[in-house]
Structures are given as C-alpha cells and as structure tokens.
Design a protein around this ligand. Structure first.
Ligand code: GTP
Length: 237
C-alpha cells in the first residue's frame, strides 16, 4: 500500500454533506464527488467503513411536539435512504460496496453483522453502516464511534462543512481560533461541538482518534489518509 497513515477508517459524513447547496435532499453530483474521493482511498488499499447521517432528509429533534423516539426512528430511516444513494454513487464508479443496517430490512440491505462487515472490508468492499445504532437517543456520531470500535478502525474521519474545530463559530466570529490538536477530554471540558458527548466519550474510552476536516475542499479525504496536516486531530495524546 502506498504510504497511508491509516489502514482502516470510518468515514462519517453528515446528511447535509449529500445535500450540497440545496441544503435538503440528495444532490447526486455531490454524492458522486464524495464517491470519487472514497474510490481514491479504496484504490490505495484503505479499508473504508462509512456512516452517513440523515439531516438532509429529516432532523430528528426538530419535529415539534413529536415523540422523540418516533422522530429518531424517522431519522434512522433517513440514513438508509442516504446509504443507498452513496452505495449507488460508489457502484457507478465500480467500487464494491455493501450496505448493512442496524434495523433489519432484509429486502433492502444486509443486517449489521460485525464479522461479516470485517470480511467485506478485508475484501476491499466499502461497508456503509445505515440506520444508526438501531436505537433512539443515539446520534449517527455515536454510530460512527461504535462501528469504529467494533471494526477496530484506526481513525474516524469526520467530514464537516467547516475545516476543523474552532473555539467559536468561525462563520460568526472573525477571530475564531482553529485547534490543530485536542484531546477527547479537552473537547468534552470545553464543550466544543465536534461530536456529541456520548460519541466523544466512546472514542475517548476506546482510544479512537477523530480527524475533523472540511469536505468542501476536493482531495481532503485523501490528504487526511496520507497524514497531511489538515483539520483538527482529536486524540488521547
Ligand atoms: P462473500 O460471501 O464474502 O463473497 O460476501 P457477499 O456479500 O458477496 O455474499 P452473499 O452471497 O452473502 O451476498 C451476495 C449479495 O447479496 C450482496 O450484494 C449482499 O449485499 C446481498 N445480501 C446478502 N445478504 C443480504 C440480506 O440479508 N438482504 C439483502 N437485501 N441483501 C443481502
């Protein structure tokens, strides 16, 4: 394998990343661009698990007056729609993929079976983990942390709209300062909006580094995998 810092990764994409400029739904040109970047990793021999959010279709917590559990299940279904879109984009480029869902829907995709997922990864297939953890009250960030621990990923590549972790919102404050590195504990103590606290704690307890970087700049996923200094690295130190 060409020199890569990480051999097995979880790529976490927010649902909004698939929406592109529209902010809603799926922009297939954007999905194709992301797929092209993922293909570059696969071509290098990197084993890729992907977790995608669902916020471009349904924001679970915004359902006014809605039962939280029902809203969360709707969000999990939204991730399945995104997973199939990503699968389609990847396969149109000739990348072999499998979608595994945390809630059984066998007619649509395989159920999540850890050992099977590992085997797919070893065979060079991109495994897209859909339907979150299958439980309400957990985010897709937590799914990424959980699946990263389960498949023994070297890192979570957390693709965001901003190019790293800042001390305050860089869209609102010109003097916002970007962190190059942080510990999981610092993220929790400072209340930084990297992942939610459940996901961050899971990464901290299992020693999983998180590389936060901007998806808007083409080639960033490849840069991240090669260990170039981009974004913010959250690790145990
Ligand atoms: P290997 O045995 O490692 O070659 O893996 P494989 O996934 O190719 O084997 P399998 O014969 O189990 O699967 C063939 C195809 O059926 C793949 O596209 C799978 O994603 C799909 N598949 C397997 N199990 C299920 C399932 O429960 N539901 C759905 N919808 N598809 C499945």
């Amino acid at each position: 394998m060409e020199s890569c810092k990480y051999n097995r990764v979880i790529l976490k994409l927010s649902g909004e990343a698939l929406a592109g400029e529209n902010g809603f739904g799926i922009d297939f040109n954007v999905a194709k661009r992301i797929a092209q970047e993922v293909k570059q990793l696969v071509d290098l021999g990197v084993e890729v698990g992907a977790v995608v959010g669902g916020g471009n279709i349904w924001r679970g917590r915004s359902g006014e007056g809605m039962d939280r559990t029902t809203a969360d299940y709707m969000g999990m279904l939204a991730t399945c729609i995104n997973a199939l879109a990503l699968q389609d984009s990847l396969e149109s480029l000739g990348v072999k993929t499998r979608v595994q869902t945390a809630i059984e829907m066998k007619e649509i995709a395989e159920p999540f079976i850890r050992r099977r997922a590992m085997r797919h990864l070893e065979k060079g297939r991109v495994v897209i983990f859909a339907a979150g953890t299958g439980n309400p009250y957990f985010s897709t960030d937590t799914t990424a942390a959980l699946r990263a621990a389960e498949i023994e990923a070297d890192v979570i590549l957390l693709a965001k709209k901003v190019d790293g972790v800042y001390d305050k919102d860089p869209h609102k404050f010109d003097d916002a300062k970007k962190f190059d590195t942080l510990t999981h504990l610092e993220v929790l103590e400072k209340g930084l909006q990297v992942m939610d606290s459940t996901a961050t704690s899971l990464c901290m307890d299992n020693n999983i580094p998180i590389l936060v970087f901007g998806l808007d700049e083409p080639g960033n996923i490849l840069r991240a995998i090669k260990g170039e200094k981009i974004g913010t690295l959250v690790s145990s130190k």
